[in-house]
Design a protein around this ligand. Structure first.
Ligand code: DLL
Length: 431
């Protein structure tokens, strides 16, 4: 089954022609209407006429997360606010979020992309889809919601959390498809057992899991434990939200080439890598109006595959995300940078400079512990004072990160020291 059969099976040569036409229009458009790109192109001496075909892409500069931060909130937009119909945001390093704006057409293309993906893995209008990604500034909930409705499936907008209710609704309504992070689904499966039931006793047949790294081993565990089929979904807020999924072949995620132009590069040198080579995914948005991005550095490591898929779709595929080229951590689906944690800690005078972030997976859920030394400049030794300070640090971290972390205050001089680069993160999660 296809959502847009003609486009999804279009020969690569034709897709390439569409991409070239759209790339030329994109470059002209941002040169005229995006304050950020106008400045950047002028600095680099690039003129829209220089970009004729895909081989000229290399002449264009990369766009990075830092560019979005530096131009917060509206400096990356290429349309006036009157044309923006929605905002989403994801967490950033200093508490400032990365803001994304959408025109009506941006939403339409986002929904179209995800509809293609959902139909490619077998979602149809008979399905009841439990959407347990967060609704709100995060793109997961609303992204799936719009796509589910567009397909004609029945959306159940439960959002994340309240696990007992999730399981009751799943059973009572005969939910057939779930969309959430893989770790949350594993937790749900465990919770169901504690409630004296099992996912296997429900009508659930399929899960669409993403927003955080997960592995083939986790897929197998999920499928063995619950009897459903698990599909991968990838996307980032800057590109819209959840966008690309596996099809029934489960041999990579289809990237809709009429809207997104992908490259895989060596993250160190920026050089383009060939098919089958592992590198950083770079995406140019060909259709986005509100916040078009040229050569967006996703930071995600993958491998590109352009051979036609057995499902009949011609669009290129990326393999499961293998890691990140920067140090961003994903904890319970939320992006956390060690620098954010440092930022919080260093504003609290009672704690010292040395800290360690420990990530573990307990009962299938991520747990983050921040060990931090007490400052040697202040004397705190009463248990009540230690407890108060612990709560204070935990509260500050929760506000900035949007998720909770356990804080352990330790005596000055007890954490490991380093002569070269410090290792601040111990990730014990096995994914
Ligand atoms: O996580 C969008 C999304 C929502 C995707 C729901 C899938 C499902 P951000 O919060 O901006 O957007 O985080 C994007 O999450 O750069 C990857 O590092 C990671 N990520 C997303 N999907 C996957 C996946 C949403 N399937 C960042 N596998 C990305 C591994 C993923 N990592």
């Amino acid at each position: 089954m296809y959502w847009s059969p003609v486009i999804e099976r279009m020969p690569l040569e034709e897709l390439k022609r569409i991409q070239e036409k759209k790339l030329r229009a994109l470059v002209r458009n941002v040169y005229e209407y995006s304050p950020f790109y106008k400045r950047k192109f002028r600095e680099l001496g690039i003129h829209p006429e220089d970009i004729r075909g895909l081989e000229d892409l290399k002449k264009l500069p990369f766009t990075r997360k830092q560019d979005l931060r530096d131009n917060y909130p509206f400096g990356m937009f290429a349309v006036p606010i009157s044309q923006i119909v929605r905002f989403h945001a994801s967490s950033g390093t200093t508490g400032k979020p990365t803001l994304v704006g959408y025109t009506e057409d941006d939403i339409r293309i986002w929904v179209e992309s995800l509809c293609r993906g959902l139909v490619s893995c077998g979602v149809c209008n008979e399905d009841i889809m439990q959407i347990a990604y967060g609704y709100g500034l995060f793109t997961g909930g609303l992204g799936f919601h719009y796509a589910a409705e567009k397909i004609g499936a029945t959306a159940l907008p439960v959002s994340a959390g309240n696990t007992e209710r999730q399981i009751n609704l799943m059973k009572d309504l005969g939910v057939t498809v779930i969309a959430c992070t893989p770790s949350y689904f594993l937790y749900m499966a465990e919770y169901a057992e504690k409630m004296g039931t099992s996912i296997k006793e429900t009508n659930l047949r399929m899960g669409i899991f993403g927003a955080e790294p997960w592995s083939e081993e986790t897929r197998k565990r999920i499928e063995d434990k619950t009897g459903i089929t698990a599909y991968d979904v990838y996307g980032t807020s800057e590109l819209s939200g959840p966008l690309f999924t596996e099809c029934v072949e489960r041999d990579g995620l289809h990237i809709w080439a009429d809207h997104f132009l992908i490259e895989v590069i060596d993250p160190k040198t920026g050089e383009n890598l060939g098919e089958g080579e592992r590198g950083e995914l770079v995406v140019t948005t060909l259709s986005k109006e509100a916040m078009p991005l040229i050569r967006w550095r996703t930071g995600d490591i993958t491998i590109m595959e352009t051979e036609k898929c057995n499902c009949g779709r011609t669009h290129p595929r990326i393999l499961r995300i293998l890691g990140r080229s920067d140090d961003m951590l994903i904890v319970r689906g939320v992006n956390v940078f060690p620098s954010q944690i440092e930022h919080v800690l260093m504003q609290i005078p009672e704690v010292g400079e040395h800290y360690m972030i420990i990530l573990e997976r307990k009962e299938e859920l991520d747990e983050m512990t921040v060990q931090v030394e007490l400052s040697d400049k202040v004397k705190i030794d009463k248990p009540a004072d230690i407890l108060n300070l612990t709560r204070k640090v935990e509260d500050r971290l929760r506000v900035v990160l949007g998720i909770s972390a356990k804080v352990e205050l330790v005596n000055p001089g007890t954490l490991q020291r380093f002569e070269g680069k410090a290792k601040r993160v111990i990730d014990k999660r096995k994914i």
